[in-house]
Write a protein that binds this ligand. Structure first.
Ligand code: NAD
Length: 384
């Protein structure tokens, strides 16, 4: 990735450039007990706090790991109740990004920035320009983008004071909306899961004429997943809180509609959660009538007992952050020579990674979620 390639390894993070009028300090110094007092602290490389009086910016930046390359991670804006809550979010999310990047094999570490403020009332151009100066002070070790509470418009403003931004629309030289590439990755995850359970080789181009998939959520990703499945010949059973999307799926994709609470009881080959996080819990897993779970939703597991429950019930779980990795793969091809074809080709690799995870889990009696975490952890171990 252009000159960002040069910014690798620990040396990039030893220091940051001071910015006039701005207070940038290690977050470590601000909390009694330091970062070790945060349960979500896991040897993050650099955790900073930035305050800019003129614009009112208060931001935490958590850089988890630059072992694989400069860190990618969006900037979230949220009215956190406390600084501790804000930093906890940044620590947790940056670790998750590192794991996702490692397992889908992109040359980026994971980071996350949070701005403390209400996105409905506290946004100003000055605030985002100040945030851009903060990002710029890291010299490229951190590349920011859109996240909850921030928009592409906000990222454009951040881009006035730093070039270390990602995810702009194609016409602005970015990689555009990642949803369709994310959806293709989920489709590949479904193909791989079906191939594995049937003892067939993984082939993302294979038809799925005898397969039924229950799709929860027909938003940006879910709709596109449903289109891929329909094109491959699969039968669809769908739900969404938006009745218009369901009606369109019935009409255009021949889908069968069920209520939002009935989706867990559908007898099918795959359950594809593509709406909300936390949908796999003791109650819903006990109801599932599908031998496979593979979908795009982030943080599908309501708690850490769920992977074992799925395993005991004989349900093959494609870990969420592997199945939905197409979006970050897409962004990683940003820069000179972005091509959606290259991103899609890399995304097909998600299926191969899942097959490896499934085999390892079966061989070692582990859950697929634990194998994915271990795989990511091994790739993130500092190289000597
Ligand atoms: P979206 O907001 O476009 O779509 C979500 C859809 O779910 C909407 O159609 C909404 O009406 C529906 N929905 C909400 N509650 C529901 C419920 N209880 N039951 C059924 N449907 C419900 O979001 P998206 O971009 O398609 O993302 C979907 C999921 O995938 C999210 O969890 C997101 O974090 C995750 N994800 C998305 C991307 C991406 O590239 N967009 C990348 C990685 C992960």
């Amino acid at each position: 990735m252009d000159d960002r390639e040069a910014i690798r390894g620990e040396e990039a993070l030893d220091e940051w450039q001071p910015v006039e009028g701005m207070r940038i300090v290690p977050a470590e110094t601000l909390f009694e007990g330091g970062l070790a007092s945060f349960p979500d602290y896991w040897e993050h490389e650099q955790v900073l706090y930035c305050e800019d009086e003129a614009s009112g910016l208060k931001s935490y930046l958590s850089i988890h790991s630059t072992v694989l390359g400069p860190c990618l991670g969006g900037c979230r804006m949220f009215p956190y109740a406390s600084d501790r809550e804000a930093l906890t979010d940044a620590l947790r999310l940056s670790l998750a990004m590192s794991y996702k990047h490692a397992v889908v094999d992109i040359a980026h570490g994971g980071a996350k920035a949070v701005i403390i403020g209400d996105p409905r009332t506290d946004k100003t151009p000055e605030l985002f320009r100040a945030f851009g100066r903060f990002v710029d002070a890291l010299g490229g070790a951190y590349i920011t983008g859109e996240d909850l509470g921030t928009s592409i418009e906000d990222v454009r403003i951040i881009g006035e004071t730093t070039s270390y931004i990602a995810g702009l629309p194609l016409e602005d030289g970015g990689s555009g909306d990642p949803s369709s590439v994310t959806a293709y990755g989920v489709f590949c995850a479904i193909q791989a899961s079906i191939a594995y359970t049937r003892g067939n080789p993984y082939n993302p181009k294979a038809g799925l004429p005898d397969i039924a998939v229950a799709v929860q959520g027909l938003g940006h990703v879910g709709w596109s997943v449903a289109e891929h499945l329909h094109a491959a010949g699969a039968r669809l059973i769908v739900c969404d809180i938006d009745a218009a999307k369901v009606a369109r799926a019935q009409e255009e994709l021949g889908a069968e509609a069920v209520g939002v609470d009935e989706i867990y009881d559908v007898e099918a080959d795959v359950f594809a959660p593509c709406a909300l996080g936390g949908v796999l819990n003791a109650d819903t897993v006990a109801r599932l009538r599908t031998p496979i779970v593979a979908g795009s939703a982030d943080n599908q597991l309501a708690d850490e007992r769920v992977p074992r429950m799925l395993q005991v019930m004989g349900i093959l779980y494609a870990p969420d952050y592997v199945a939905n990795g197409g979006g970050v793969i897409n962004v990683s091809y940003e820069g000179e020579g972005y091509s959606v074809e290259k991103a899609l080709q890399h995304t097909e690799h998600i299926g191969r990674t899942l097959i490896e995870i499934f085999h390892t889990a079966e061989r070692e009696g582990m859950t697929t979620a634990a194998v994915a975490d271990r795989m990511a952890g091994e790739r993130l171990a500092p190289r000597h």
